[in-house]
Design a protein around this ligand. Structure first.
Ligand code: BES
Ligand code: MN
Ligand code: ZN
Length: 488
């Protein structure tokens, strides 16, 4: 995992692509003006003919550009300066990255400066992250890949940009790791193979790794999680990754739902609802990616990453409607729907994290379709018992360029989980389904500060767009790294 990033003040590097971000404004600022001079005024002429506007998402390629040393120039539109934010900038640079990564072995240089309100350091970090993420496609199982990793990424700017640029690379690679595990098909990635992969990653980046098998999980009284797993021939696993950079300081736990395939169990999903359910481990995938980045960046914080890994299948051995489960923390749960399995997994893993020293918890889960109905495909729902932690997370998300929206947690939602025969049911009525799911989880965090992130929408993209590949997105990885960075 050596770095592909260099920083150089050389304005005319010999690369395959020179990427120049362009605001939508009058005249040609800094780097573009200089480039225009060296290219005999071609940018000015393109401006005049309105073939170069700088509008957000615009990509103008100049394929033959003597006398400059780069083989091609790509002008990436950023839109108006006063509207530019991290998601907008990242989106423009990812569009550029997708364009430059169609061929094998390409090298890229990006002209970095402050654009709009974005400082040069932010631009450097987000630009390299976008280049790393945008140049990797959904090609795991294709004979002819559509995207190719870039051989090198040069940031044109001063030496102080090296650190943010390298950080962008590390986070980008973490996002790609999450995307990769989400994209792996369920015959390839199931609890045992996911746990093995996590152990390999832990070894590479220097994380402590513990894997509990189904027998150890039974010894640990994880009856809720194991009930979900019991219908499958693929046994459950719990992975714990530990990073100790913070001495005697507090421990943050990141807890991920890792349902490697969600058929719905006996409450079987219809075909259309099941077809993408390899992605139901995206919470665990985000934890793996974030932990890898946290270790590589050597952040001065104590973080434990937990991944609850199961497959939810119908069979003669599977858990049934009406079953009463005994969760690790002593709570009994009456099952009313076997498709509300994610919360049953998280219940035990959250309790386990609390028992193993978590002072604060953030869980991530593709938990409810209801959250997608509420917030759409791009926004993560946040649910909390601690406003301070939730505010910190929202700030981190804004810095990272991801969309998070806080949802209500009034007590009356919790009433909807009352059961006639057990301490609670695993589902409430139809309305408010994302909130009742969160109220269920709250029972297992022992009143520790906690935020639940429902990533059902943002974790997986159904189709390609100019600025992103379909499939796993790596949602919330950058936000988690930002949150942990702020703790240090
Ligand atoms: N994994 C699903 C939620 C989901 C749906 C994620 C669509 C991504 C896209 C979860 O396990 C589930 O099935 N939830 C049920 C809960 C219901 C039974 C209360 C749902 O959302 O329908
Ligand atoms: Mn389900
Ligand atoms: Zn699920």
């Amino acid at each position: 995992m050596s770095s592909r990033i260099t920083v150089s003040t050389e304005a005319d590097p010999a690369v395959d692509w020179l990427v120049v971000p362009m605001l939508q404004e009058d005249g040609l600022p800094g780097f573009a003006a200089d480039l225009d001079g060296r290219l005999g005024g071609v940018l000015t002429r393109l401006r005049e003919s309105e073939d170069l506007t700088g509008k957000s998402g615009e990509v103008v390629v100049l394929p033959d550009v003597p006398p400059i040393a780069a083989k091609r120039v790509l002008l990436a539109g950023l839109g108006k300066a006063d509207k530019l934010d991290v998601p907008g900038f990242e989106s423009s640079l990812r569009t550029a990255a997708r364009k430059v990564s169609g061929k094998e072995g390409q090298s890229v240089a990006v002209a970095v400066a402050a654009y709009g309100d974005l400082a040069a350091e932010t631009v450097a970090e987000v630009a390299t992250r976008a280049m790393v993420v945008g140049s990797v496609g959904q090609d795991l199982y294709r004979k002819e890949p559509g995207r190719h990793s870039l051989t090198s990424i040069t940031v044109i700017g001063d030496e102080a940009l090296l650190e943010p640029a390298q950080r962008g690379e590390v986070v980008g690679e973490a996002v790609n790791l999450t995307r990769e595990v989400v994209n792996r098909h369920p015959g390839d990635l199931y609890p045992e193979t996911f746990a093995k992969r996590a152990a390999v990653v832990a070894d590479e980046v220097g994380l402590d790794c513990t894997v509990l098998d189904e027998k150890q999980l039974a010894d640990e009284k994880m009856g809720s999680m194991l009930a979900v797993a019991q219908g499958s021939d693929n046994p459950a696993r719990l992975v714990r990754l530990a990073h100790r950079g913070g001495g005697d300081g507090p421990v943050v736990a990141l807890v991920g739902k890792g349902v490697t395939f969600d058929s719905g169990g006996l409450s079987l999903k219809p075909n259309d609802g099941m077809v993408a359910m390899k992605m139901d481990m995206a919470g665990a995938g985000a934890v793996l990616g974030a932990m890898a980045a946290i270790a590589r960046l050597n952040l001065p914080v104590n973080v434990d990453g937990y991944m609850g890994l199961v497959e939810n299948m119908p069979s003669s051995k599977c858990y049934k409607l009406g079953d009463v489960l005994h969760a690790r923390n002593g709570t009994t749960i009456e099952v009313h729907n076997t498709d509300a399995e994610g919360r049953l997994v998280l219940a035990d893993v959250l309790a386990y994290a609390v028992d193993h020293g978590a002072d604060r918890l953030v869980d991530l889960a593709t938990l409810t379709g209801a959250c997608m109905v509420a917030l759409g495909e791009e926004v993560t729902g946040a649910f909390t018992n601690d406003q301070t932690l939730c505010d910190e997370l929202t700030v981190a998300a804004t810095k990272a360029g991801e969309y998070v929206w806080q949802m209500p947690m009034h007590d009356h939602f919790g009433e909807l989980l009352k059961s006639d025969v057990a301490d609670c049911k695993n589902v409430g009525p139809r309305w408010g389904g994302a909130v009742t799911a969160a109220k269920f989880l709250e029972k297992f965090v022992a009143e520790k500060p906690w935020v639940h992130l429902d990533i059902a929408g943002p974790a997986f993209a159904s189709s390609n767009k100019p600025n992103r590949e379909g499939g796993g997105t790596g949602a919330m990885v950058a936000t988690l790294v930002e949150l942990v960075t702020a703790e240090g």
